[in-house]
Every structure is written in structure tokens, then in C-alpha cells.
Write a protein that binds this ligand. Structure first.
Ligand code: FNR
Length: 429
């Protein structure tokens, strides 16, 4: 009998995940940088994402996909700013569906962290071009757009490290977005979402984490605008909320919408925080989270960091550095009755940890889960229950595409294996 919430289905609006394990969005830097295939997913995506679906993942994410050409993280990242980019996404989605899986796409814009290169290219350039150790830039000769990098604020000071690029080869100095640029961006998020619907995706996620454009607006460290998009919490969150509303307007009412946030800049007590009069932290995230359901967000995907070089992630090697914060946020919003699902991500590699994170969460068989939750609370009264409703896993899937099947076996849960692989099935005692 399956007593693991992890392997119980979860219904969000009209979509039912077969389990609570999601393949987290991962850039593959494998898309054509220019020409007619610019921004289009390839057979590589069908092979990799398709394989996760074959091997039982509840939901498979297509990586950060940009709503404008200059919002790509690297020239080899995908986009959805044109109708021509729909077809290749549909091929991936159709294949995932053919394997009984579900497919989501993450829509975003890299803002001041755009026009970089894939990690393996960065190391090559450091060797060959003498770039500094922090260098990630993609110059125009290799497909980059140094003159068209944008952010909430403009100028050298707004690069990641605030130093001249000529000297260290870091990020490019952005141009500050005008009110008209902002309006166009909001609309482009909506247009890309409509294209994603045409491509057949089941779920859309808005990328507001890791120091990319939406996060840049949220944090006072990277947003010191003096218009209605900067200053107060209300103003700094306005851009994200307008995007959420526009995306919601462009997708079916019964399609789930996720929002990925960096729950903290990791700048508490830092010089940067003092200099800029605050940073984005867990409290800010909780405050925003409470407003999300009314805007049409179903799930908050809790990541962290990526917005400032002084981030202090000293405990980022502890396995719960991030998932514990997801738990704090879930507890805080549930206490007030906020109906928002929480996704936990970061360093999840073991079956028992995966199980424990979501054990007792609602959905699926409610009666059974209430009983499990009760038993769990009695067994460990210190534990306040589930930390999340779903888990997202990135690197472990790169190591073990069959991780879902292994976890099921380790937890003693019977799951279907694809017929073609059935002769290799782990057998339950
Ligand atoms: C990532 N990550 C990431 N996150 C995101 O929101 N959009 C993205 O496109 C990417 N791209 C990406 C590529 C690669 C190769 C890795 C390893 C990671 C972050 C990822 O989704 C996840 O949040 C972190 O990797 C932490 O989870 P794990 O790896 O500890 O399970």
C-alpha cells in the first residue's frame, strides 16, 4: 500500500500530476544562437526531457525560455518571442504526453544577467581570451548583445560586481528600462504564454528568481527606481504582478500557473543591504506569497540567491539550506489560510528526504493523508508537518534520469515501468 504522499497524484486546476516529483528547469545551452533556428528547442530536448517522462517524472520542465531576444541568458538559450518557436516546443510536449507525462515551461527574461555564455564556454574563454575568473560575458562576435542588456537600473554600477567589464569581463552594463519598455515586456510575457498554450504545455511558470529580471525588480539592492516600479514593496512587486495578471489573461482558466522566487538574496546584515536600505528576504517572500493566489498563482516554487555577488550562502552545502525556507514559508502562509501550493527545491537527492518533505501534504487521498499526517505528528512532535506540496529536482536527474523509479523502489511504492524497460524493473520484496 502506498503511504508516501510523494507518490500520490496531485490535482492542480484541471491537471493531475501522477506523483509529486518534478524535473526542475535546467538550461541546456543547446539552442541555435542565430539564423532561422534561433531560440528553437532541438532533438536534444526531446531526448533529455523525453527520457525523464519515460522514467516516470510527475512533471518535466522546459528550461528558462525568454520572452524577448535580449532576455536569453546566453545566445544558446531558447525563446518564445515568435510563432515559429512554437512548433519545436510542441514536439517536446507531444513526446512527453505520449509517455504519460506532463510538460511545463518556464518563461523569463534575464535582464542585466543576459548575454552570457554556457559555463563550459566561459571556462574556454577564460583560457583563450584571458578573461577574469568571474567572466561570463558573451560578446557580439559570439552571438551576444552587449549593447542591448537591460535592467531596472542602467550603468556600470548595475553590473553584478559593479566593476568595469573591460577589466574583468563580467556582466555587461545594462540600460535602464523605460516605462514603455516595461509595458512591452508585460505584454510579451502574455504573448509568450499564449504561444506556450498553443504548443500544448500543461503548466506555465514565471521565472522571478536567481537575479534575473523580475527578481531584479523585487529587490531593493537592484531596484532603486523612483517611479511607480521602485521604492516601496508595493512598487517593487508591481512589475511581477502585472506580468502574472497578463499571463493569466492569456492562458485558459483551468491551466495551472507557477511562480519561481528567490526567497532570499542571502544579504541579511551585509554591506550591500545597508547601502541599499534592505534586501529581498524570507519575510518579503511571505508577504508576496499571501497575495499570489488572488492573482491566479497556484504554486510558489521556492529557490534562492543569484542577485548580488556578496550573497552569503555559507550554509548552502547543508541539505536543507533551501528546503527549510520553503517549509517556513508554507507554514507561515497556511497559518493564515492562504491556499498556495509550495514547491521545495535544492540538494534533494535521497528517497527518505524527498518523502519527508511532502509527507502529509493535501491532495490525492485526503482521508489517508490526514491519517498519515496525524501519525507523523505523533511520531515527531517537533516536526510541524510537510515542508512542501511538491519537490523539484535538478542535478540528481542529470546523474540519474531514472531517479523517480529508484526512489519508488527504495520507498517500497509500486509504480508502473515503461514496458520497454520492464525487464530491468527493481523488484519489491
Ligand atoms: C539550473 N537551474 C535553473 N533554474 C531555473 O529556474 N531555470 C533554469 O533554466 C535553470 N537552469 C539550470 C541549469 C542547470 C544545468 C542546473 C544544474 C540548474 C537551477 C535548478 O532548477 C535548481 O533550482 C537548482 O539546481 C537546485 O536544485 P538541485 O540541482 O540541487 O536539485
Amino acid at each position: 500500500k502506498n503511504t508516501s504522499t510523494l507518490f500520490q497524484p496531485l490535482t492542480i486546476r484541471n491537471v493531475t500530476l501522477r506523483n509529486r516529483i518534478i524535473v526542475s528547469p535546467m538550461c541546456q545551452y543547446s539552442v541555435a544562437p542565430s539564423g532561422t533556428d534561433i531560440g528553437k528547442l532541438t532533438d536534444f530536448h526531446i531526448a533529455t526531457l523525453g527520457h525523464y517522462a519515460i522514467k516516470g517524472a510527475g512533471l518535466v520542465f522546459i528550461e528558462a525560455t525568454s520572452v524577448q531576444p535580449n532576455g536569453r541568458i546566453t545566445p544558446n538559450c531558447p525563446g518564445l518571442w515568435s510563432d515559429e518557436q512554437i512548433g519545436p516546443i510542441k514536439r517536446v510536449v507531444d513526446f512527453v504526453h505520449s509517455q504519460g507525462g506532463l510538460c511545463a515551461i518556464q518563461l523569463g527574461h534575464a535582464g542585466r544577467k543576459a548575454s552570457t555564455v554556457a559555463p563550459w564556454v566561459a571556462s574556454k574563454y577564460r583560457r583563450e581570451r584571458g578573461y577574469g575568473p568571474g567572466s561570463v560575458r558573451s560578446t557580439s562576435d559570439v552571438g551576444g548583445w552587449p549593447d542591448n542588456v537591460v535592467g531596472p537600473m542602467g550603468g556600470e554600477e548595475e553590473t553584478w560586481d559593479g566593476l568595469s567589464n573591460a577589466e574583468n569581463g563580467g556582466y555587461f552594463a545594462p540600460r535602464g528600462l523605460t516605462l514603455q519598455d516595461i509595458e512591452e515586456l508585460v505584454q510579451d510575457f502574455g504573448r509568450s504564454a499564449a504561444r506556450a498554450v498553443k504548443a500544448g504545455v500543461d503548466i506555465i511558470e514565471i521565472h522571478s528568481a536567481h537575479g534575473y529580471l523580475l527578481h531584479q525588480f523585487l529587490s531593493p539592492v537592484t531596484n532603486r527606481r523612483t517611479d511607480r516600479y521602485g521604492g516601496s514593496f508595493e512598487n517593487r512587486t508591481r512589475f511581477a504582478k502585472e506580468i502574472i495578471a497578463e499571463v493569466r489573461r492569456n492562458i485558459p482558466r483551468d491551466m495551472p500557473l507557477f511562480f519561481r522566487v528567490s526567497c532570499t538574496d542571502w544579504l541579511e546584515g551585509s554591506e550591500a543591504e545597508k547601502k541599499f536600505g534592505g534586501s529581498w528576504d524570507v519575510e518579503s517572500t511571505i508577504r508576496l506569497a499571501k497575495e499570489l493566489p488572488d492573482l491566479g498563482i497556484d504554486l510558489l516554487d521556492v529557490s534562492s540567491g543569484g542577485n548580488h555577488k556578496d550573497q552569503n550562502m555559507e550554509d548552502f552545502r547543508k541539505k536543507d539550506y533551501q528546503t527549510s525556507r520553503a517549509g517556513r514559508i508554507r507554514q507561515a502562509i497556511r497559518k493564515e489560510g492562504t491556499q498556495l501550493l509550495i514547491g521545495a527545491v535544492g540538494l534533494i537527492t535521497e528517497a527518505d528526504d524527498a518523502r519527508e518533505l511532502v509527507q502529509g501534504a493535501e491532495g490525492g487521498n485526503l482521508a489517508e493523508e490526514a491519517q498519515i499526517a496525524k501519525e507523523l505528528t505523533q511520531a515527531n512532535s517537533k516536526d510541524s508537518g510537510p515542508k512542501a506540496d511538491v519537490i523539484l529536482v535538478a542535478r540528481q536527474f542529470l546523474r540519474e534520469p531514472e531517479w523517480v523509479l529508484k526512489v519508488a523502489w527504495q520507498l517500497g511504492v509500486e509504480v508502473a515501468w515503461p514496458s520497454q524497460f520492464a525487464r530491468a524493473k527493481f523488484s519489491l520484496k
